[in-house]
Write a protein that binds this ligand. Sequence first.
Ligand SMILES: Nc1ncnc2c1ncn2[C@@H]1O[C@H](COP(=O)(O)OP(=O)(O)OP(=O)(O)O)[C@@H](O)[C@H]1O
Length: 227
Amino acid sequence: MIDFKNVNKTYPGGFHALKNINFSLQAGEMAFLTGHSGAGKSTLLKLITLMEKPTSGQVIINNSDLSKVSYSQVPYIRRNIGMIFQNHNLLMDRTVFDNVALPLVIEGLTPRQIRKRVEAALDKVGLSSKLKCYPYMLSGGEQQRVGIARAIVNKPPIILADEPTGNLDPKLSLDIIQLFEDFNAVGVCVLIATHDLGLIARMKYRNLTLTQGKMITDGLAVTEANE
Ligand SMILES: Nc1ncnc2c1ncn2[C@@H]1O[C@H](COP(=O)(O)OP(=O)(O)OP(=O)(O)O)[C@@H](O)[C@H]1O
């Protein structure tokens, strides 16, 4: 589903942000991506979403080699990926319904199809009663769940999350991770970039760790907290 082969990324100016990265995530797998600030986590996610290009190596998503994807194919590749950001990236002057509907409007679905899918997505994240609210009327955890509903509304096979629990307390963080586990349980491939080592320690998921652009771990995070 996600395949990195000898991937390097050097930014203009010469900073070598990712160094010979190799890993695969299969359909239905869930993993954490960890590392210090500046280790290259966001850069790695940006290569998957085609916001950046590797300097060398191959990124293969859903059997498509991204180096061979033309500009006009980019939206089709991105439809396979639900992206969740720490700061939600919600439109503050639009209702919850409109925020979640956005990817479907862009895709050109009919109003009837959009309503059905948006209601189902909001139901999944437990926000059915909030569809007419504006984001500023919601708590941080609720706003994050709106961001998740928007990411999954077109049923992508891959979910990427960049610090999705960054601003949330431990209980809300766990709720958000449980939502990801629910999607993972129905076969979605989930990759979560996070600094939250306490959270990771409570989970038995694969842990990909970056240090100064190199991947130093690729295995289960086994800690005392798991015992
Ligand atoms: N557009 C850019 N141009 C030049 N350098 C960049 C660019 N984007 C990121 N970098 C550099 O690449 C390195 C990795 O950045 P990245 O954002 O991937 O790290 P990160 O692990 O996500 O960090 P954080 O946890 O703080 O978000 C950093 O040193 C950063 O300054």
